[in-house]
Design a protein around this ligand. Structure first.
Ligand SMILES: [Mg+2]
Length: 142
C-alpha cells in the first residue's frame, strides 16, 4: 500500500486505500457501546481504520497516547472525564490533534466549550452516516 504525504492539509502521513481515497486512523470515544458500534460501522464502510475505542475521557487520553490516531471522534457526556476535559488534555499533549465532537442535541453550550478546548468540528446526534464521512473529508481538506 502506497503512502502519500498530505502535509499541507494535516502535517500527517496518511494512507490511501485501494480506491485512492484517504484512509484515516480513527479513535472512537463514547460511553455508549451501541454508538461506538454505529460509528465504527460507518467508518469501516467509508474505508477508514478504527484503531481503538474508549468508553470515557480518561481512556480516550490513554488510547490517544498509545495509538496516535489521525482523528478522534469524541462524545461529550461520558463518566470519569467528559469529552471537553479529554479534548483539553489531548490538545495539551498534541496541539495538532484532530478531535471531532459527536454529541447529542441540546448540548450546544458544551459544544462551544469543546471548540474552545480545541475540537476541530462537531456533529450533532442523531446524525446521518454521510455527515460523519463528510466531516472527516473536510478535516483532510478533500
Ligand atoms: Mg455519552
Amino acid at each position: 500500500m502506497e503512502k502519500s504525504n498530505y502535509g499541507i492539509a494535516t502535517q500527517k502521513l496518511l494512507t490511501e486505500n485501494e480506491e485512492g481515497k484517504i484512509m484515516a486512523r480513527i479513535l472512537v470515544c463514547d460511553d455508549a457501546a451501541f454508538m461506538r458500534m454505529t460509528l465504527i460501522k460507518i467508518l469501516h464502510g467509508a474505508g477508514h481504520e478504527v484503531v481503538g475505542e474508549a468508553g470515557n475521557g480518561l481512556e480516550a487520553i490513554k488510547k490517544y497516547q498509545e495509538l496516535h490516531p489521525d482523528i478522534v471522534l469524541m462524545d461529550i457526556t461520558m463518566p470519569e472525564l467528559d469529552g471537553i476535559g479529554a479534548t483539553q488534555a489531548i490538545r495539551a499533549i498534541d496541539p495538532n490533534a484532530g478531535i471531532i465532537i459527536v454529541s447529542a442535541m441540546g448540548h450546544q453550550d458544551k459544544v462551544f466549550s469543546a471548540i474552545q478546548a480545541g475540537a476541530k468540528d462537531f456533529i450533532v446526534k442523531p446524525f446521518e452516516p454521510d455527515r460523519i464521512v463528510a466531516c472527516i473529508k473536510k478535516y483532510f481538506g478533500e
